[in-house]
Design a protein around this ligand. Structure first.
Ligand code: TYM
Length: 334
């Protein structure tokens, strides 16, 4: 039997991924390549929904791709590509945009959050249609599963709705994807504001742990993470959100269940625990940073790997899009 298909994407909007991206998404991408037919893309079309410098976009797209390979994606087993290399993403997005209600798109909470930052009239129409382009990314590959963090749940629901609507109106075409969200790591929070999501766009530098950061600053940030009153290392999201976040991180990085960690640090205070978390973060990130640097040192080879990915992705995308074009009623090109 054919393997189930997985697709996910990440934006090249920063000079490094952060711990939330890594634990909430990228780590699952690496595991799933063992059991799935895997497609992962660097979503540069999504990145330009907010003002973006061309040189920064070029640099960050390569840095993003390099980090994906460095984190363990194997170009033989996973199709890693850049979204804008496969033209069908924008083509399918247009068809889906025409099936989406204005009200439906207006309910997307990420748009509301992001546009609030610019002021709604300054936000681009691209930002408004962002989730529909994401639906196109997923439906184009007939994905069964989409590994993401909790913040993407609503976009996945829209994807299913649009897929279903298309199928209903034009005949069965799209597979309806399931989100794949690991509860324990679905929302890694900001070290300085442990009730908010760790985020490229809204966390302060002290609140975010970057994959490509040096061990020194990483350790410092963990040691300075906001912790809660009291001194006991306990998992209590309501009263100890800071310590609970660090426990979730430590558990995910070391594979030790949270109750075991709580027992281990009983009576030891926050200091020892934080030191160990800092160590685990630095140990996880250092080899990824080193491999990323190596990959970036040979841009030609990296671009070649991405071209191979784009070729494989295009083959699948073209097949789906041919069906879509026909079902919608576009004339064939002779
Ligand atoms: P992006 O680039 O913001 O984030 C990439 C992935 O990281 C997850 N994530 C987190 N998980 C846990 N805790 C956090 N603090 C945290 N911060 C980020 C995100 O949930 C995401 O899985 N819209 C998507 C990109 C996208 C996409 C797609 C994803 C475009 N097309 C198709 C899946 C399928 C985004 O902005 O991700």
């Amino acid at each position: 039997m054919a393997r189930p298909r997985v697709l996910s994407g990440i934006q090249p909007t920063a000079d490094s991924f952060h711990l939330g991206n890594y634990l909430g998404a990228v780590r699952q991408w690496v595991t799933m390549q063992e059991t799935h037919d895997a497609f992962y893309c660097v979503v540069d079309l999504h990145a330009i929904t907010v003002p973006t410098e061309p040189d920064a976009l070029r640099r960050r797209s390569r840095v993003a791709a390099a980090q994906l390979f460095a984190a363990g994606l194997d170009p033989e087993r996973s199709t890693v590509f850049v979204q804008s290399h496969v033209r069908e993403h924008t083509e399918l997005a247009w068809v889906l945009i025409c099936l989406t209600g204005m009200g439906e798109a207006g309910r997307m909470t990420q748009f509301k959050d992001k546009s609030a930052k610019f002021g709604e009239s300054a936000a681009s129409v691209g930002l408004f249609t962002y989730p529909i382009l994401q639906a196109a990314d997923i439906l184009l590959y007939q994905a069964d599963r989409v590994p993401v963090g909790a913040d993407q749940k609503q976009h996945l629901e829209l994807t299913r709705d649009l897929g279903q609507r298309f199928n209903h109106r034009f005949g069965d075409t799209f597979r309806l994807p399931e989100p794949y969200i690991l509860k324990e790591v679905e929302k890694i929070t900001d070290l300085q504001d442990p009730t908010a999501k760790m985020s490229k766009s809204s966390s302060s530098p002290a609140g975010i742990l970057d994959v490509l950061e040096q061990p020194g600053p990483l350790r410092k940030k963990v040691m300075r993470a906001v912790t809660d009153t009291g001194s006991e290392v306990l998992f209590d999201e309501e009263n100890k959100p800071g310590i609970s976040n660090l426990l979730r991180i430590q558990s995910a990085l070391t594979g030790t269940p949270i109750p075991e960690l709580v027992a281990r640090y009983e009576g030891q205070g926050y200091g020892t625990f934080k030191k160990d978390v800092a160590e685990a973060v630095a140990e996880t990130f250092t080899p990824i940073r080193e491999r990323t640097e190596k990959l970036l040192a040979d841009e030609k080879e990296l671009d070649r790997m991405l071209a191979v990915g784009a070729g494989r992705a295009s083959a699948v995308a073209k097949e789906t899009m041919a069906q879509v074009r026909d079902k919608v009623g576009f004339l064939p090109t002779l």
